[in-house]
Design a binder for this molecule. Sequence first.
Ligand SMILES: Cc1ncc(COP(=O)(O)O)c(C=O)c1O
Length: 407
Amino acid sequence: MDLGARLEELRESGLHRRLRLVESPQGPEVQLDGRAVLLLCSNDYLGLADHSHVRRAAADAAMSWGTGAGASRLVSGSMTIHAELERALAEFEGKPAALLFGSGYLANSGVVSALAGRGEVVFSDELNHASIIDGCRLSRAETFVYRHADTEHLEWGLRRAGERAALIVTDGVFSMDGNVAPLAEIAELSGRHGCRLMVDEAHATGALGPGGRGSVAEAGLEQHVDVVMGTLGKALGSYGAYVCGSERLKEYLVNTCRPLIFSTAPPPPAVAAARRALEFLVARPNRVERLAANAEALREALRAEGLRVGDSRTQIVPVIVGEAAEATALSEAALERGVFAQAIRPPTVPPGTSRLRLTAMATHRVKDLRRAARELGGAARELGIAGGRVEEMQAGSAATGPLERAA
Ligand SMILES: Cc1ncc(COP(=O)(O)O)c(C=O)c1O
């Protein structure tokens, strides 16, 4: 592969990416390239990554447990702090068992590929996270990519697949749109068709449902969802991920799930930080309410500026722009005005739906969120950006199989 040519191609199509240097902890404001800017693109939704109790727990764990787990959970890396966090997470999710993973990417790619195989069919929402898409690819099962949140399309696929239907997998809260999956209908279909259901709560844990227990708990479906996956690196302010389900599921994954078997266990400071963050969340659910109120204030202020906000009711607030180059220009102009709001472009989102993906944090001040909206509105007007083609958000999918092509 000609790397230079490929990079040039990315530049020309407005899809080139670069790493920006943040010189401070995550927070409502960060130091970026030497100056303070409002941060509107972090998944540290509850502001726990820089909370003194959470930092202290990580520091204490580093002193008493060391900095690394040393090996895979199955070799020498499974420590009592891993088991304690798993117990706490299982209780939090209302499930018999939990299993820690190095990251959400590893959990999704590993669990999806462990739960479906050749000759079977996985059903995946077209806007699911890349880690789920990669899990589908790794599974070697046929993947039926159903239209976004379209339960009729899903049902059509389930009927066609019959006995081969192995797994339905969906984001609970969609990462780039902030909308919530129609979980009650999906759970009903999974029950009726005898097909396992997995929900990715990466953006729902700590943000949605009673006490931040996620979209599954909000819908009262704890008993109807077989596999709940959540991350420790977002609202819980640490790093890593977990999967909750039955004891048998856990035993099966310990024996078959490659990212668990062949990757080093999460480091003790990250585990201890997540444990402390979880305790904090359980003790102070009002932070979840503050997050929701901030998200609503941000949405209202953006709408007042005439910006095109998607139909999210969560802390993820997309400002749909349209073309990749326009989204990048708006992001750069916002940064000039002191607002860090990242442009999200294909392949992360379908072509024609590039956007600024704004995220509220519980620790933002409402007056700062309003200021951010004013700056974004001003920048969009200056650039003559009116809004994107939202209808195209339904287009495009990342994995297809014969069933999908037949649809
Ligand atoms: C919906 C969803 N699932 C999984 C992941 C992966 O989680 P992690 O960042 O822990 O690898 C992400 C991360 O952005 C996500 O948005």
